[in-house]
Design a protein around this ligand. Structure first.
Ligand code: ZN
Length: 220
């Protein structure tokens, strides 16, 4: 996670630091409060593959960075951009990065535990038509069993993630501006062609972010 942005992302995209003077003038006091804690703010050439706009926070400690898609910069006004930055910084301030890392670690442990069970229990191999316990069948069975389990994990992390989105929105409203964030969200959902009213069950299982309508409601 610490080196994702510096080692893996460059394989697929180009990241360039956002010009310092731009930051200074746009973010002003808000930026000064958090500036020293960040590696930098980067712009990524997301337009290479998609018209979708996004921003995210990655890394830990001194390697923390905010990454903005070039499409985001093109579409949003300066104030809307700062509001989106405030949202991303909110994720950090509310310790969401650490929280999601902890959740991911727990998930890995559970997955490895189930994997060890699938390998050790003879009934798993028998279910696939073999009489004795076999390492190879255990591994195959694990991948079959893993599909519904990963759906449950996906659901759990979506629930956490949606809660975190509301918190980061609230942070941006408290520390910068709810109106500008709302405007940014409207623009983003229009450009990303996001579904405003997905089926509630589908939303519950798969949506890592609350729908824009719900976020706008909460911001009000
Ligand atoms: Zn967010």
């Amino acid at each position: 996670m610490m080196f994702y942005s510096s080692l893996i992302v460059p394989l697929f995209n180009k990241q360039t630091p956002l010009e310092a003077w731009e930051l200074r003038s746009a973010i002003g006091d808000f930026w000064d409060k958090v500036w020293f804690k960040l590696d930098n703010i980067y712009v990524i050439d997301g337009s290479k593959r998609s018209s979708k706009a996004n921003a995210y926070f990655s890394g830990f400690g001194p390697k923390k960075r905010i990454v903005l898609f070039d499409t985001l910069i093109k579409d949003l006004s300066t104030q809307e951009l700062v509001a989106v930055l405030a949202h991303e910084i909110g994720h950090y301030k509310k310790r969401h990065t650490l929280q999601m890392l902890a959740l991911g670690t727990i998930q890995t442990w559970v997955i490895l535990f189930i994997f060890s069970l699938a390998l050790a229990v003879p009934v798993v191999s028998q279910a696939l038509g073999w009489e004795i316990q076999s390492f190879h069948l255990g591994a195959v069975a694990f991948w079959i069993l893993f599909t519904p389990i990963s759906m449950i994990f996906g659901m759990i992390s979506s629930i956490f993630s949606r809660k975190n989105e509301y918190e980061a929105d609230a942070y941006a409203k408290e520390n910068y501006s709810g109106e500008h964030l709302s405007e940014a969200l409207i623009k983003l959902s229009r450009n990303n062609l996001s579904n405003l009213r997905p089926h509630p069950a589908y939303e519950f299982f798969y949506y890592s972010h609350p729908t824009v309508l719900k976020r706008l409601e909460a911001l009000k």
